[in-house]
Design a binder for this molecule. Structure first.
Ligand code: SF4
Length: 229
């Protein structure tokens, strides 16, 4: 596997915010978002992608046994050919796995290749227009989530706000009918969209009544450009 970095930290976003986890960052991504803050994990950028080839065994051994929580991230972790094998091994070892994925890889197909487990959940981005990758979203991903999964919106413009509300409007009736709404987390593109404005939108938009506002905790605790935290 092409591993950019493995480190222990606290989860900076989503339902495990603040909890210790082992981060496994895989190299490569199928998107190029305008606000990407992990260009060092992508191929073909100005900054060369530095990675280490490791076997699944070697990666599994790096997981901190005290936490037994992994955040699998990238780049886009699900484009790695060994991702399903790694996730399977982690689940078999009793590790809770949070897969941070970008909405442009078919997670329905991926779920067929790993054991069914309560210990696995996705934090899936819905890329909004300002990302430049909105047209790459695979819609069935967003219709197939479980209550433990997270849809994440990162808002960088007023157009993004409109698209986020429109997407929420499409998926809400579907999940409410099945009584299995996934979590919705909303954050601002760092330094690009006013956080107070976004909070006010959440407070006044009925469709976002159950959404949770979030900041990227690791960008507050550490220098926003620091790696491996
Ligand atoms: S999906 Fe994530 S890693 Fe890939 S380009 Fe977009 S922000 Fe960067």
């Amino acid at each position: 596997m092409k591993i950019v970095e493995i480190f222990d930290s606290i989860d900076g976003e989503g339902i495990r915010t603040g909890q210790p986890a082992t981060f496994i960052r895989l190299a490569g991504c199928n998107l190029r978002c305008s606000y990407c803050d992990t260009a060092y994990a992508l191929f073909g950028e100005d900054e060369p992608c530095v990675y280490e080839e490791m076997t699944v065994d070697e990666v599994v051994k790096k997981v901190n046994p005290n936490y037994r929580r992994v955040t699998l991230t990238g780049g886009e972790p699900l484009i790695s050919p060994e991702a399903a094998e790694l996730v399977t091994r982690l689940i078999e070892n009793g590790v809770e796995v949070n897969i941070e994925t970008n909405g442009a890889v078919d997670i329905v197909d991926f779920l067929k290749r790993v054991p069914s487990s309560e210990k696995l959940f996705f934090t899936i981005d819905y890329k909004l227009p300002s990302s430049g990758a909105c047209d790459k979203m695979i819609w069935r991903n967003f219709e197939s989530l479980r209550p433990r999964d997270v849809i994440k919106f990162v808002v960088g413009s007023d157009e993004d706000v409109r698209e986020m509300i429109s997407v929420t409007e499409r998926i809400t009736p579907l999940y409410e009918k099945m009584q299995k709404m996934p979590h919705i987390f909303v954050g601002a593109v760092y330094g690009k969209f006013d956080a107070q404005k976004l909070v006010n939108i959440i407070l006044t938009e009925p469709l976002l009544k159950d959404a949770r506002f979030q900041v990227q905790l690791h960008k507050i605790v550490w220098d926003p450009n620091e790696r491996g935290v």
